[in-house]
Design a protein around this ligand. Structure first.
Ligand SMILES: *Cc1c(COP(=O)(O)O)cnc(C)c1O
Length: 425
């Protein structure tokens, strides 16, 4: 009797294709593993240097005065990023919030911010006030925003950035990851070059980096090449798939203090904030982060090769050096975006029966289609895939707590595309 193939009984051509992609990527995946080892050691050393102990996992209530768990976690983050200071808080609701707090806290009316890496991530636009539908952005506080487009080769236009610096320029903003734009993500080295060029013209400019998805992907962080302040989300790389919510800001003593004043208020800064029962999860997530980021990278490298072999344009290509965990895949049509996301969703441990459909989300301009049946809602360090319904109809694949899960997810996505006649091989 014929049995219907199960969800994970993949057709032969796919099994052959995935085998080939494994072979073709072995040296690049080995490189990712070296970075994982390096960063695992860095994190472990920071735990040991700060004498982490059981009592740090206790929570506080009320004002949260003298919460040793909170204060020590801040110090560990500062060590990991080689910065003077850090704040890590569950009350930072997302990466966007962390970045907004860092910007608003460090800018004053009459000053100017230069966005040096082209069109910023969708959710940053309302913060800057360049998406005026929302209101309340930096523009309403009398802060000018200059966005410098990338060059035709999609790399930052360093000369134009330097030319844009004026007496009013107080902050340089750099976005490391591509976000939802079809451009390369910018390596720590490239970010360092922009920062150096700007600071040689005006030394007191605060260099700020949107480091989302970039943490632990290289052996150095932007804070080691001149960034004064950076922010990110704990449901991405630095939460290791364990942190249930939160964000962090790292940087110089002064820049982090000003951001803390914006997060709470002047006079309180980073000295209050009850941690309730969340400390252990944030510590544990940080401890796992290098390993989880390494798995995600291995999966992204393999997926990039597999999809390229099946005829799709990918960014980055499997053999290119990476600076974030995002794998962009140009699928070319909304139907293909939907099929790919449907397949990823089917392979998720949570909500596998859900069918992703595009919807509007707060902070985003175009409808977004998203797949992600994650343990932590919206977590994108767990296997997830999304893309805005606009040209070039790309999907952005990221995360994956294990390589095995990424493999199953991507193969399901390809089966879904094949069934729709969207795969030619
Ligand atoms: C994810 C992300 C952010 C912040 O997004 P949140 O969902 O608010 O955490 C900002 N910039 C980039 C490039 C991102 O990828």
């Amino acid at each position: 009797m014929d049995q219907k193939p199960g969800l994970f009984d993949f057709p032969d051509f796919l099994l052959k294709a995935e085998e080939k992609a494994l072979e073709m990527t072995s040296s690049y995946r080995a490189e990712a593993n070296k970075i994982r080892s390096f960063n695992s050691r860095k994190v472990l050393e920071a735990f040991i240097e700060e004498n982490v102990s059981d009592f740090h996992f206790q929570g506080s209530t009320g004002y949260g005065f003298s919460d040793a768990g909170r204060e020590t976690l801040d110090k560990i983050f500062a060590r990991v990023f080689r910065t003077e200071a850090a704040i890590v808080r569950h009350s930072i609701v997302s990466g966007t919030h962390a970045l907004a707090v860092a910007m608003k806290g460090n800018l004053r009316p009459g000053q100017e911010i230069i966005i040096a890496t082209g069109d910023p991530y969708d959710t940053i636009k309302p913060v800057l006030g360049i998406d005026r539908k929302w209101g309340g952005g930096l523009n309403e506080w009398g802060i000018d925003v200059k966005v410098i487009p990338v060059k035709p080769d999609l790399m930052p236009d360093i000369q134009a950035v330097v030319d844009a610096v004026s007496d009013k320029t107080a902050m340089l903003f750099l976005q490391r990851s591509c976000g939802y734009t079809w451009r390369p993500s910018f390596s720590v080295k490239v970010l360092g070059e922009i920062i150096a060029a700007v600071k040689s013209k005006k030394s007191d400019v605060i260099a700020m980096v949107d480091n989302c998805y970039g943490e632990m992907v290289e052996m150095i962080e932007p804070s080691e090449v001149g960034a004064d302040i950076m922010g990110g989300s704990l449901i991405k790389n630095m939460g290791g798939g364990i942190a249930p919510t939160g964000g962090f800001i790292v940087g110089t003593e002064e820049a982090v203090r000003k951001a803390s004043d914006e997060l709470t208020c002047p006079g309180i800064g980073a000295d209050e904030g009850a941690t309730l029962g969340i400390n252990r999860l944030l510590y544990q997530g940080l401890f796992f982060a290098p390993r989880i980021v390494g798995n995600a990278l291995e999966g992204a490298i393999w997926a990039s090769c597999l999809l390229e072999n099946l005829g799709f344009e990918t960014k980055p290509r499997y053999n290119e050096v990476r600076t974030d965990i995002i794998q962009a895949i140009k699928l070319g049509s909304p139907e293909a975006q939907a099929a790919f996301c449907r397949g990823i969703q089917k392979a998720c441990p949570v909500d596998n029966r859900a069918v992703p459909i595009a919807a509007s989300l707060p902070g985003y301009r175009d409808p977004i289609i998203m797949a992600g049946g994650t343990f932590i809602a919206g977590s994108s360090i767990e296997l997830s895939c999304d893309g805005p319904l606009r040209k070039p109809h790309a999907v952005y694949l990221q995360g994956g707590i294990s390589f095995d899960h990424i493999r199953l997810g991507v193969l399901c996505a390809l089966v879904e595309m094949q069934e729709q006649g969207l795969l030619s091989f």
